[in-house]
Design a protein around this ligand. Structure first.
Ligand code: NAP
Length: 373
């Protein structure tokens, strides 16, 4: 195509891995003096549409979407989302890039939250989703694109540790990181889930610590690690139940907690650890099976119940707890609290209170619809 002397080279390929996007990026370096359009189609390449300028593309493609229309091409963003949320027209080579890595990464409030703040503060920055099947490939790409900071979500909070050059003791002792930002030496990790979780739970319960509380943690993945560490710090006693029992045992032994499986025996022990039940698995989240990880347990209505998931706002698990009369909270308040801390790590500044109030009132309408339909 280059040899044919055509005016603009266009390559649009369907991708399903971060490595394929990386190959496209590498190839783009061969056409530096020529107008081009390079698009990686599909969910795995969604950021090539937002960061078209960074990929050296002449233009990007978008659709006018509504509830009744289907997407123009795989990975198309709604034209309003592209221009209003991501502020596509303002992205230049000087725009600082931040984002979130995870897989399948179908639903996250973070792009909306960070981009709304950048817009309100008139900051030359953009925050994009980086769905990635491989953590090494996406970090290679992030370094090429000069990404300054990343949120880390399911399933990479533990795997990311080996990619960090520096981490505070809390990340080392928990064994999970949900935040990484660039320093001259490389990626520095942190964990803002800890404080985000405990601040949200304490406000929800109206208490200052968890002394004398008997708590069940459902799950033993990256998020559960932060949850267990905070429950221990605040003086609570916990039981950890997980599908893969040895993971529950390993995590519980760190804090002298009880452990078990999501089976009848585990549920029997749960009845002695039911002041508070915290659901930390990905079961019920958008993009996963709409199931209930604790289906064997019947709520009495006396438990305080927290589900870390916020998309959907009400999971089948949380709906069952609400129906039984339990006090419930989903993960929206937690995700916003931990994102504020992430913002501070990324930029060195706090979000101004006025801006945060504005974003919170917008978010309550857009994201936190906690009443079941
Ligand atoms: P992760 O490290 O991948 O852990 C996933 C957990 O879910 C593991 O305990 C896993 O059990 C369990 N699980 C997965 N599929 C299951 C199934 N079919 N049946 C039973 N258990 C299953 O993920 P993570 O980073 O901990 O995140 C977990 C969830 O927490 C996600 O939905 C995430 O969005 C949410 N979260 C929310 C916030 C917030 O701020 N609100 C913060 C962090 C995380 P096995 O060990 O048996 O695989």
């Amino acid at each position: 195509m280059q040899r044919s002397g055509e005016e603009i080279i266009k390559i649009a390929v369907a991708v399903n891995s971060a490595n394929q996007v990386l190959q496209m990026y590498e190839a783009s370096k061969n056409f530096t003096n020529q107008d081009k359009i390079l698009i990686c189609m599909g969910h795995a390449g969604i950021y090539t549409r937002i960061l078209a300028e960074k990929f050296g593309s002449f233009l990007t493609y978008s659709s006018a979407l509504s509830e009744n229309t289907t997407v123009g091409a795989p990975g198309h963003l709604d034209v309003r989302e592209l221009s209003e949320m991501y502020r596509f027209r303002k992205i230049t080579n000087n725009t600082k890039i931040y984002g979130i890595i995870g897989y399948p990464l179908k639903a996250s409030v973070s792009p909306w939250f960070f981009n709304t703040i950048y817009k309100l503060e008139n900051t030359d920055a953009v925050y994009v989703p980086f769905p990635a099947d491989s953590i090494t490939d996406i970090l290679k790409l992030a370094e090429n694109l000069d990404v300054q900071g990343l949120s880390v979500t399911v399933p990479y909070k533990e795997a990311v540790l080996s990619e960090l050059t520096k981490m505070p003791p809390i990340v080392q002792s928990i064994g999970a990181s949900n935040t990484m930002y660039l320093s001259p030496e490389g990626w520095v990790g942190d964990n803002t889930d800890c404080t985000g979780f405990s601040a949200s739970l304490l406000v929800f319960l109206g208490v200052k610590n968890l002394k004398y509380k008997k708590i069940t943690i459902v799950g033993a993945g990256g998020a559960a690690r932060a949850v267990a560490s905070e429950i221990h710090r605040l003086g609570g006693k916990a039981l950890i139940l997980n599908r893969t029992v040895h993971k529950a045992r390993t995590l519980a032994s760190q804090y002298n907690f009880k452990w078990g499986g999501l089976d009848n025996q585990g549920i029997e022990t749960l009845s002695k650890y039911c002041d508070i039940i915290i659901q930390t698995t990905s079961v019920g989240m958008d993009g996963y099976e709409a199931a209930d990880p604790l289906e064997l347990y019947s709520f009495t209505g006396k438990e305080a119940v927290m589900d870390l998931i916020y998309t959907p706002a009400v999971t089948p698990f949380l709906k069952r707890a609400m129906t039984a009369g339990c006090r419930t909270i989903n993960g929206y308040d937690m995700v916003i609290r931990q994102a504020c801390l992430q913002y501070a790590r990324f930029t060195g500044n706090e979000i101004p209170e006025k801006v945060l109030l504005q974003v919170n009132s917008m978010g309550a309408n857009t994201w936190n619809k906690t009443q079941p339909a």
